[in-house]
Write a protein that binds this ligand. Structure first.
Ligand SMILES: Nc1ncnc2c1ncn2[C@@H]1O[C@H](COP(=O)(O)OP(=O)(O)OP(=O)(O)O)[C@@H](O)[C@H]1O
Ligand SMILES: [Mg+2]
Length: 279
């Protein structure tokens, strides 16, 4: 069976920026149910990649297929958009209606569903993000974190198979970020929704099963979080940061200490130190 998301030899140039190729050579397959995070320095092509996935833009060269549907074929446009939902950085740009309820209903209304089905989806989606008590509230009166959860509910109400989040937590405080992250994790594990999570936070990126590291329009690394973030020299070369624990073990191993690699979290470090100290 073909992957949910399939990109082959993809290049992308923005029309008004012909001297600069935003994506130079992207080859990637993403299977249904995967939780992927994407990191990379500013301008490395992460958002451009995201926009290709629900046909906001079309590749200048190469192939983008979503569930087997080539994004260049207009007749698939709505099915592609139904399959892949997008959540962006600023919730204020995504919320349009006067009440939370109306806002979440907007997508399903455009799908031409029955009134009952729409109401059911709105309730379900708001419950999923813990915002069902705010149904009648004006989105203007919500915090940024709450607004972002409403935006996410609006996407969920479309029942997508895949959700792409482009720095969706970067305007939220740590607690707001944590709330959104937990919801996303649950949508992946319990509802098997494929997640593509673009972030600048290493602590968020390591929650994924697989990390894609973008650099200058290419995917430079594609591996599990342990492999990616323990490659401290490469990560630093790309202008990114890794965990303090990974750096600590990297520095110690440079000084000749024989310690395990692939350690990222405080819990990993405690376990490793206990083993060394007890031996
Ligand atoms: N709308 C646009 N028009 C013209 N050029 C663009 C446009 N959007 C992005 N670019 C260019 O394409 C390249 C990739 O940008 P993109 O926004 O995909 O990077 P990014 O990794 O998302 O960066 P950031 O971390 O800053 O969000 C950059 O060189 C950028 O200047
Ligand atoms: Mg971006």
């Amino acid at each position: 069976m073909e992957s949910l998301i399939y990109l082959k030899d993809v290049k992308y140039k923005y029309k008004d920026n012909q001297n600069n190729t935003a994506l130079k050579d992207i080859n990637v397959k993403i299977a249904k149910g995967e939780f992927i995070s994407i990191i990379g320095s500013n301008g490395s092509g992460k958002s451009t990649f995201a926009r290709l996935l629900n046909a906001i833009i079309l590749p200048s060269e190469g192939i983008v297929r979503i569930k087997g549907m080539n994004s260049w074929d207009d007749s698939f446009l709505w099915d592609i958009r139904k399959c892949v939902g997008m959540v962006f950085q600023n919730p204020d740009n995504q919320i349009i209606a006067m009440t939370v309820e109306e806002d979440v209903a907007f997508g399903p209304e455009n799908l031409g569903l029955s009134h009952n089905e729409i109401i059911q989806r709105v309730h379900e989606s708001l419950r999923e993000v813990g915002m069902d008590e705010y149904m009648k509230v004006s989105p203007q009166n919500l915090s940024q974190g709450q607004k972002q959860r409403v935006a996410l509910a609006g996407i969920l109400a479309m029942r997508p198979e895949c959700i792409v989040l482009d720095e969706a937590t970067s305007m939220l405080d740590p607690q707001g970020r944590d709330n959104v992250m937990k919801i996303i994790k649950r949508l992946n594990t319990e509802h098997k929704i494929t997640i593509i999570y673009i972030t600048q936070y290493m602590e968020e990126a390591i929650m994924a099963d697989r990390v894609l590291v973008f650099n200058d329009g290419r995917i430079q690394m594609d591996d599990n979080p342990q492999k990616v973030f323990s490659n401290v020299s490469e990560i630093k070369k790309l202008g990114l940061s890794t965990s303090q624990v990974a750096e600590l073990f990297y520095e110690l191993s440079k000084e000749g200490y024989n310690l395990p690699k692939d350690l990222l979290t405080i819990e990993d470090a405690i376990k490793a130190f206990k083993e060394v100290l007890n031996s």
